[in-house]
Write a protein that binds this ligand. Structure first.
Ligand code: C2E
Ligand code: CA
Ligand code: CA
Length: 689
């Protein structure tokens, strides 16, 4: 090559030398046509100089790219003055294909750029390379087929001989194993699997697919066995060859998949799918053994509030903690699963008496009532409600059993008496009604079926109406007027409470303005709220409605329950700040029935405590109710709060409350809740100061 390179000065001389060069040289123009060839190139292709001159290279490059692409490549080489080498195939005149190595360089000849190619026959070298590669591939596949361990055993499981690819995979030294039996060396489970593989191979000649698990020095390992019987003479005891391949990685991957499909990723508990599987299996067993099983459906109360106020991370922490607490009260044979959200189930297979169920139920409920410390100073307070359904007493199918336990759970949630409930047929009926009622509730607002009633609240001293409470009524087209105690929980569950609550607020403001206009009197009205109205509404629409109403300060009181204070969330606190800033007062409803954490009342600047009617009504029969009522009034005054007694029905109650210094009273003794016009007539009639 250098030989030719040097000879650019005189093209004629160059060409003469090129023709005689030994390296398969040929000159190409920029389109890939032959300008000159050496004799050795003619020999390489097996044709004469005349046959080649002026031809395009694509005619003999068997593996050459498309002529155009090749030409472009060539153009590039000419432009960049690039020296390059490549391998390709080339078709000789006689049709045989040879491997050639081409190196190319651009030179200038007679003032124009041309390409000088030098080609070498490398067919032999390529053939050697190919055969070597095949050998390597073959070796690799053989290598892959070699088992990690190979044993020769007799039918008793005695180690006759063994080979280990990696000695780490042997539980002991090779010498310590020879002559021993698998029963002496392996754990019981693994030894059983090996023995059954040996006897199967002895009968069928081959056996495959058994897996064993061993705890080795470097961790737990799984192996897959395949066993073959060795052909031996008749009078000899048969020997078997057992190949053992380590499959730990595969096994771990399978376990991971299993884990994802059947276990709840947060708590590690079985998920709904695995739970159903277990339930189905347990139902079959119960059928055979003629026993019973119990399904406990656990729902967390107030979890949503914790989640909304403290954030999902804390909510997750709480759920993990809940799963740990419940797990402490179930046996290994029971199944505890998380169905999703804040719903858990316990399956008690083959319980013997309901006493056992009650014990588990009580333990679980008690454990959930203790505070949950969630890190960073956050504390979650929740409780649980449990519904119980029995198989085969209550239901015949998995779906029914789950549904009935869910219905019983619902009954437990609504019952004041206890936090757990057994399923009964009437619950099924109730559940059906609930669903129908919720469906109706969705249209109640647009169809004008709601009405706000107002119940007077009187000043204890003057007994004049100074306030009122707004109480919602639903005039159902078929069922008549439905109590809010029935439909408010449905509205909360379905999320409808947000729009309904807003409507009540708006309607109340509208009525206050109306009475003011017609009678000249302003009555402060308290509006009931549900916790979810504080937690879910992003920006309170109330603010706008209130500001637009133009009503003076102290026209409105918002009634909340104690549980909302316990949430201690920024969102709630911000709402309270808005209330304070705009002269909206704060009442604690049903005081005494919840957790009654006094420190919270003080912190949140509460204006009124409403003493729950159960205390007021028990005053005459139950001394502790009397004492509590009196204590609440004294305490409220010390904390600069006023008290409103609810459910005052009799003169005696009124007199007692007055003597305790109660500030306001509300109850049938004064008036039932009234429609707006009837209430207006009362205040207009002078009963209002
Ligand atoms: P609450 O806030 O404790 O309201 C007082 C309940 O006691 C009302 O029941 C009222 O009619 C009743 N009541 C008043 N005086 C007496 C009495 O002397 N004796 C007896 N036995 N009962 C008396 P109501 O109207 O059925 O409302 C039930 C509950 O529904 C309310 O209890 C409140 O928690 C809820 N509620 C009512 N309206 C709304 C609303 O607009 N939004 C929300 N979130 N809840 C509401
Ligand atoms: Ca109330
Ligand atoms: Ca109340």
């Amino acid at each position: 090559m250098e030989q030719v390179n040097r000879l650019e000065m005189d093209s004629e001389w160059n060409l003469a030398i090129l023709r005689n060069a030994s390296d398969g040289n040929h000159l190409l123009d920029c389109e890939g046509r032959i300008l000159e060839v050496s004799e050795s190139f003619c020999t390489l292709l097996g044709c004469s100089r005349e046959e080649l001159m002026g031809k395009h290279v694509s005619q003999w490059y068997a593996l050459s790219p498309h002529p155009q692409a090749m030409q472009e490549g060539m153009g590039n080489r000419l432009e960049t003055n690039d020296r390059s080498a490549y391998e390709t195939k080339c078709r000789r005149q006689d049709g045989t294909v040879i491997d050639i190595e081409v190196s190319s360089i651009q030179i200038h000849l007679g003032g124009r750029a041309v390409l000088l190619n030098s080609s070498r026959d490398v067919t032999k070298r390529k053939a050697t390379e190919r055969s070597l590669r095949q050998q390597i591939e073959l070796t690799e596949s053989v290598f892959n087929a070699i088992p990690d361990l190979m044993f020769e055993l007799d039918l008793n499981g005695t180690y006759i001989n063994l080979w280990a690819h990696d000695p780490m995979l042997l539980a002991r030294q090779k010498e310590a194993l020879l002559g021993k039996t698998v029963g002496e060396v392996l754990p019981e489970q693994a030894a059983k699997a090996v023995m059954s593989a040996l006897s199967e191979a002895n009968i069928q000649g081959k056996s495959k697919g058994q897996t064993i698990c061993l705890d080795l020095a470097h961790g737990r390992c799984w192996f897959e066995l395949s066993t073959s019987k060795m052909s031996m003479s008749q009078d000899q005891n048969p020997h078997l060859i057992m190949l053992s391949r380590e499959i730990t990685d595969r096994k771990l991957a399978e376990e991971k998949i299993q884990q994802l499909a059947y276990y709840d990723q947060l708590t590690g508990l079985p998920n709904r799918r695995l739970f159903r599987d277990r339930l189905e299996q347990d139902m079959k067993r119960v059928m055979r053994n003629k026993t019973s099983l119990a399904l406990l459906y656990i729902d967390l109360d107030k979890f949503k509030e914790v989640n909304d106020s403290l954030g999902h991370d804390k909510g997750d922490t709480l759920l993990i903690e809940v799963s740990k607490r419940i797990r402490q009260h179930v046996r290994d044979t029971d199944t505890l699963a998380r169905l999703g959200g804040d719903e858990f189930v316990i399956l008690l297979p083959a319980f013997h008496e309901t006493g056992n169920i009650n014990r588990v139920v009580q333990d679980v409920l008690q454990s959930l009532e203790k505070p949950f410390y969630l890190g960073g100073g956050s504390v979650g307070h929740i409780s649980g409600s449990i519904g119980i359904a029995l198989y085969p007493q209550d239901a015949e199918s998995v779906d029914d059993l789950l549904r009935y336990a869910d219905q019983a759970m619902y009954a437990a949630k609504n019952s004041k008496a206890s936090r757990f409930h057994y399923f009964t047929r009437s619950m099924q009926e109730a559940a059906r009604n609930r669903m129908a009622l919720t469906a109706d509730l969705r249209h109640a607002l647009e169809q004008n079926q709601f009405e706000v009633y107002f119940q007077p609240i009187v000043d204890a001293q003057s007994e004049k109406i100074v306030k009122a409470e707004a109480l919602l009524r639903w005039h159902h087209p078929v069922q008549g007027t439905i109590s809010p105690t029935l439909f408010i929980p449905l509205a909360e569950e379905s999320g409808l409470i947000l729009t309904i609550g807003e409507w009540v607020f708006e309607e109340t403001l509208r009525n206050i303005a109306k009475w003011k206009k017609r009678t000249g009197k302003i009555v402060q009205v308290s509006v009931n709220t549900s916790s979810s109205q504080f937690m879910q509404a992003e920006t309170h629409h109330w603010h706008d409605i209130y500001l637009q109403s133009g009503l003076p300060e102290h026209s409105i009181t918002v009634e909340i329950t104690e549980s909302l204070l316990l949430l201690d969330s920024d969102r709630v606190t911000n709402q309270f700040h808005f209330f304070k800033e705009h002269g909206i007062e704060l009442s604690i409803d049903d005081f005494g029935t919840g957790l009654s954490a006094l420190s919270y009342l003080h912190r949140f600047d509460v204006d009124y405590l409403k003493i729950d009617k159960s205390f007021v009504q028990n005053m005459l029969t139950d001394a502790s109710s009397t004492a509590l009522t009196q204590a609440v009034i004294i305490m409220a005054h010390k904390l600069h709060m006023k008290t409103i007694a609810e459910g005052v029905e009799t003169e005696i109650q009124r007199d007692l409350l007055k003597s305790f210094g109660c500030d306001y009273m509300q109850g049938f003794f004064y008036s039932k809740p009234l429609p707006s016009d009837a209430f207006e007539a009362l205040i207009d009639g002078g009963i209002c100061p």
